[in-house]
Design a protein around this ligand. Structure first.
Ligand code: SAM
Length: 254
């Protein structure tokens, strides 16, 4: 994906939806909301219904071949996508349980671009032909079925916006978070030092930065190993590759 070109317009989330009133919703609050007010990013909604051509403003129809529910019409969605991509904003993403599951790597890639066009499905989803014809990227929030793409759009935008320059206060906070190093985060504690008979681990009260760092790394590794064997395997593979790379460099230098 290309880097953001030099332009004045901020990172933009352009959302195609049948429910524009759902936005900015939670994105108008806290970190994302303050960044929105500052103009660090922008949100635009496009009402898909505005592209219906009949007097009933129909956006869906029954599925060919039978079956329950309704399907969003390709002609209406295609016209809405024409409008959403008029200035070349990309990628255009269809939020769907069939898509690549959203992860931090994809969030980073998306936040490094100009923005995203997000198409929120409803009913039984979109006519397949518009997905093919427009080459839509398909992204899922996870292995479950939402009633519409809007909550998935909100989650994706929230994750991307907090990575934009200047949105989070301390850059170090980002570096230590879950997934940044391929590991889940270590456990966090704050005051009081004793609560309901539970103590904060001594090492965190020691003021010994190296020991704290080592303890946190160990905790992050243990949590990842026990909760997410998939991440743990990928982490170990990367360590092995890094180790092999270092050895090769040493071999060349000697
Ligand atoms: N019939 C579809 C299926 O079985 O895959 C589910 C359609 S769902 C009721 C309606 C819309 O919600 C979808 O078109 C999609 O935009 C959105 N949606 C549902 N689950 C999602 C998920 N896990 N990730 C992203 N979007 C989702």
């Amino acid at each position: 994906m290309s880097k953001a070109p030099q332009s004045q317009s901020p990172w933009t989330a352009r959302i195609l939806t049948l429910f524009p009133e759902m936005f900015p919703g939670p994105l108008g609050h806290s970190l994302a909301g303050k960044a929105l007010e500052r103009g660090d990013w922008a949100i635009e909604t496009i009402d898909i219904r505005g592209f219906a051509t009949d007097r009933h403003r129909t956006v869906d129809d029954t599925p060919f071949g039978g079956g329950p529910g309704m399907v969003m019409r390709p002609d209406v969605v295609d016209a809405a996508l024409d409008d959403a991509t008029r200035d070349g904003l990309a990628p255009a993403i269809y939020l769907t349980p069939r898509g690549r599951v959203l992860d931090q790597a994809l969030v980073k890639e998306l936040s490094a671009g100009r923005g995203v066009v997000l198409l929120c499905g409803r009913y039984e989803g979109l006519d397949e032909r518009v997905i093919e014809a427009r080459g839509l990227m398909e992204v899922s929030l996870g292995d479950f079925v939402l009633s519409g793409g809007e909550p998935a759009a909100i989650a994706l935008i929230d994750a991307a916006v907090r990575l934009l320059p200047g949105v989070m206060g301390a850059e170090e906070t980002l570096e230590e978070e879950s997934f940044e190093s391929g590991l889940l985060e270590y456990p966090q504690y704050t005051r009081p030092a004793e609560w309901c008979g539970r103590q904060v681990p001594d090492v965190l009260m020691s003021g010994h930065h190296e020991k704290i760092k080592a303890w946190r790394k160990l905790q992050a590794e243990r949590t990842t190993q026990s909760r997410r064997p998939d991440l743990w395997a990928a982490y170990q593979k990367r360590l092995a590759q890094d180790g092999a790379g270092q050895n090769q460099k040493k071999g060349r230098a000697s």
